[in-house]
Write a protein that binds this ligand. Structure first.
Ligand code: NAD
Length: 459
């Protein structure tokens, strides 16, 4: 049927898929976008990045209100109406997903709600309907890893369930101290839960600059979060009154809670679209392997976002989505950067890009490190914080930046200057000689470079 033919079809309407579909439409392609969800935006918009940020902002407000007494601002006891909080979060998601639908409509992108699976290299099944296509993009994302051996129990949540904000449990265990685990610890501790984070590795946020992680670790503890590192859960027992997590390692014993969140990573969803039928290679981790053009091993079939592996972050997916749309439309572009920024929107925020000190050492890369403590930043102190720092890793010969780690309020917003500096090959002098507005936290990046060059007067 002519109706069931697509010139350019995108499977999955998350940040990778919709960005790809919209870019292709802007390049003059006739585009079909398929997703089983009722609303566009994928995990990020519906049950990930955006709802978590709405809750994290609320957590920050709660903490500020609780701690403003010393500044002469008394709010009395802070109470939280969880239904209103949930409604605000859902309202933001609804507003953004409606916005996406209207952007799709204006571009004449045809939306099909359904589950797509390949039946051949140029054919698909969508909920029982046969389709043919000329080019396809797989953007079906990833799903939370589930720990084996846990009982089926509705008090055990993945990140999506945790963000539904069904209730605030009195006692909450979070297994996995990566970005999701730490963001959820920040939210639920502010809402009044007694939170225990159980992390398998030596430190929370494994792989991130250890000094920056120490700052976050201490801050979380001061927010009432208990953290057990080098600890694993060996068994879980569910009774009517509690979940009991038996732990082994640095902490050994039982953790009794009213709910538990599993946040131990995500698995690429390559397996769900029957890619084999099209001849597309999916590895044992569910990852669809692509080249720098986001092209799979089968000509005319592309893949973008989490389904192509780590790092599984929305901004990488969007970037790849644009590349796939452009390559498929005959443009000479490629996804070549390895520079993907990461931000944990905790309190304080933790943000990093490129090489950190530990990695530079491990990889035997010639480097120097310079830091600037935010305790010397007027803006930081004026905003009620004494913690935080900016740390830059640079090449002592070329003076180019190799990486940056920032911890402190708004670190995520500040990171972009460092990403741009690395992408543009900026030297320490370039940054030092760029006038930064005062008083801003961004000055800490300039001041760090001045410190490296020996021209600093602020320390
Ligand atoms: P993650 O890989 O960041 O962290 C998982 C953590 O769980 C790791 O610290 C790991 O050591 C630990 N772990 C694994 N198995 C364990 C076990 N059995 N017991 C205890 N700890 C265990 O994964 P995540 O936090 O689930 O996030 C999933 C993905 O989503 C990541 O790729 C992340 O980058 C992405 N994400 C990004 C953002 C953001 O950019 N702000 C927010 C949320 C999620």
């Amino acid at each position: 049927m002519a109706d069931n033919h697509a010139e350019f079809i995108v499977l999955g309407a998350g940040p990778g898929g919709y960005a790809c579909a919209f870019r292709a439409a802007d390049l003059g392609r006739e585009v079909v976008l398929v997703d089983p969800r009722a609303s566009l935006g994928g995990v990020c918009l519906n049950e990930g990045c955006i709802p978590s940020k709405a809750l994290l902002h609320a957590a920050e407000l709660i903490r500020d209100a609780q701690h403003s007494d010393g500044w002469g601002i008394s709010t009395g006891n802070v109470s939280v109406d969880i239904d209103k909080l949930r409604a605000r979060k859902d309202g933001i998601v609804a507003q953004l997903t409606a916005g996406l639908s209207s952007l799709a409509e204006r571009r004449n992108v045809r939306i099909i709600r359904g589950e797509a699976a390949f039946t051949g290299p140029k054919t698909l099944d969508i909920d029982g309907d046969s389709w043919t296509f000329e080019q396809a993009v797989i953007a079906v994302g990833s799903a939370p890893v589930q720990l084996p051996g846990w009982p089926a129990d509705n008090r055990i949540w993945d990140s999506s369930a945790a963000l539904e904000l069904r209730k605030v449990p009195k006692r909450l265990a979070i297994v996995g101290g990566g970005i999701i685990g730490l963001e959820m610890a920040t939210v639920y501790a502010a809402l009044g839960a007694r939170v225990v984070v159980i992390e398998f590795m030596e430190q929370i946020a494994p792989g991130v600059d250890f000094e920056a992680v120490k700052v976050l670790h201490k801050a979380l503890e001061s927010q009432g979060v208990t953290i057990h590192t080098r600890t694993k859960v060996s068994s879980v027992k569910a009774t009517k009154t509690a979940l009991t997590l038996s732990c082994e390692g640095m902490f050994s014993g039982d953790v009794k809670v009213d709910a538990a969140i599993q946040a131990v990573g995500r698995r690429a969803s390559g397996g769900i679209v029957n890619a084999d039928a099209a001849g597309v290679t999916t590895d044992e981790k569910g990852v669809i392997v692509v080249d720098s053009h986001c092209q799979t091993n089968i000509e005319g079939i592309f893949a973008v976002g989490d389904v192509t592996g780590n790092p599984m972050v929305a901004h990488r997916a969007t970037y790849q989505g644009h590349v796939a749309a452009e390559v498929a439309s005959g443009h000479a572009v490629a996804f070549e950067t390895t520079l993907i920024p990461s931000v944990a929107y905790t309190n304080p925020e933790l943000a990093w890009v490129g090489l950190n000190q530990g990695q530079a050492k491990e990889q035997d890369i010639t480097h120097e490190v310079v830091g600037f403590p935010w305790s010397a930043s007027g803006r930081n102190l004026a905003s009620g914080s004494e913690e935080g720092f900016t740390k830059l890793v640079y090449c002592p010969n070329s003076h180019r930046l190799l990486g940056a780690t920032l911890v402190g309020q708004n670190a995520g917003e500040l990171l972009s200057e460092c990403v741009l500096a690395i992408e543009m090959g900026a030297t320490l002098k370039d940054i030092a000689l760029t006038v930064h507005a005062h008083p801003t936290l961004s000055e800490t990046i300039q001041l760090a470079t001045e410190r490296a060059l020996g021209s600093i007067t602020d320390l």
